[in-house]
Design a binder for this molecule. Sequence first.
Ligand SMILES: NC(=O)c1ccc[n+]([C@@H]2O[C@H](COP(=O)([O-])OP(=O)(O)OC[C@H]3O[C@@H](n4cnc5c(N)ncnc54)[C@H](OP(=O)(O)O)[C@@H]3O)[C@@H](O)[C@H]2O)c1
Length: 336
Amino acid sequence: MLNRRFVLVRRPVGHAAAEDFKIVAEPAPKDEPGSIVVRNHYVSLDPTQLLWMRETETYMPAIALGAPVRASTVGVVHSSAAPGFAEGDWVMGLNAIEDYSLMRPDGFTMKIDVSKVPSPTNYLSVMGAVGLSAYFGLLLDGKPQPGETLLVSGAAGAVGSAVGQIGKIMGCRVIGIAGGPEKCRLLVERYGFDTGIDYRAKSVDQLAAEIQDALPDGANIVFENVGGVVFDAELKNLAEHARIVLCGMISEYGRQKPAGVRNIQEVLLRCASIKAFRIAEHVAEFPSAGRQMAQWIKEGRLRADEEVHEGLENAYSAFMRLFSGANTGKLILKIA
Ligand SMILES: NC(=O)c1ccc[n+]([C@@H]2O[C@H](COP(=O)([O-])OP(=O)(O)OC[C@H]3O[C@@H](n4cnc5c(N)ncnc54)[C@H](OP(=O)(O)O)[C@@H]3O)[C@@H](O)[C@H]2O)c1
């Protein structure tokens, strides 16, 4: 039984290049006492994987050269030597882009009930780290109140589109910032945002002026996914005591040197707060939050779009869609 693995062979300089990866085929792992072997069916492609490929440790150890690229996966137990897991069980966990993973069940490993959802991929999108980043980040740190204004960057993406929709459920007025007129149209027509603003090819001042037109009294909550120019323009539009939820800064991930944030003084002037958020700290609460997300979907109040590509051999080209903005919805690779 062969195990194809998408291996990191060189550390990316800037955004990743195809030559940074190799697909190797090795014998599939065998289970050991206390562990399971999982046939991965779907892997999650996430901006943070680019950070894990750097030499320096982030909030997780760097992926070693020669190791497969770490990824959240959903798959089926192929063989089990761990209590509580049987052959055929569906599981999600933090594994790698590879056909078979040897897993020692830990806090990230969970059995999942795929009969309760339209597709097992939902456990990588709306019921997984991405959808639940929107849920926990907005509700716990953003603390939205009816009538407040919510400004979301990366708004047409997996996290951002869910943040905006949950903001509407909570009774906020929601403004989204995204790349290009088509994504801005989607924000309003598909995800129910009040306004979509295109950030592309705009200076901080130009973008700040457009946000001000849409939000004359400023944003009570900023949900930040992007950083750079977009974040600087948002900072010029804070309401008094605004809450900034710092979820991601994708515009910085491919840079050798950070572009930085220039308008941080606005946080002081508006007596605002910035709270960084990390989904890994909420894994134990996934099942209950996932149930709420599923309920909102059932009621037609939340749309969770997925973009599923096929074939482990397409891992690189699919991954790069995150950085060109080509993806709409949660980016997932089907490998089984
Ligand atoms: N803190 C946590 O625990 C946590 C968990 C999950 C995700 N995140 C973060 O959440 C953010 C969104 O992740 P996601 O998985 O939902 O991805 P996504 O939004 O579905 O896809 C990434 C999107 O980012 C935008 N983008 C890419 N490069 C950009 C740039 N230079 N400037 C502005 N926008 C750019 C593109 O949309 P446009 O076409 O609009 O440019 C692209 O479609 C990321 O920053 C990620 O790291 C954080």
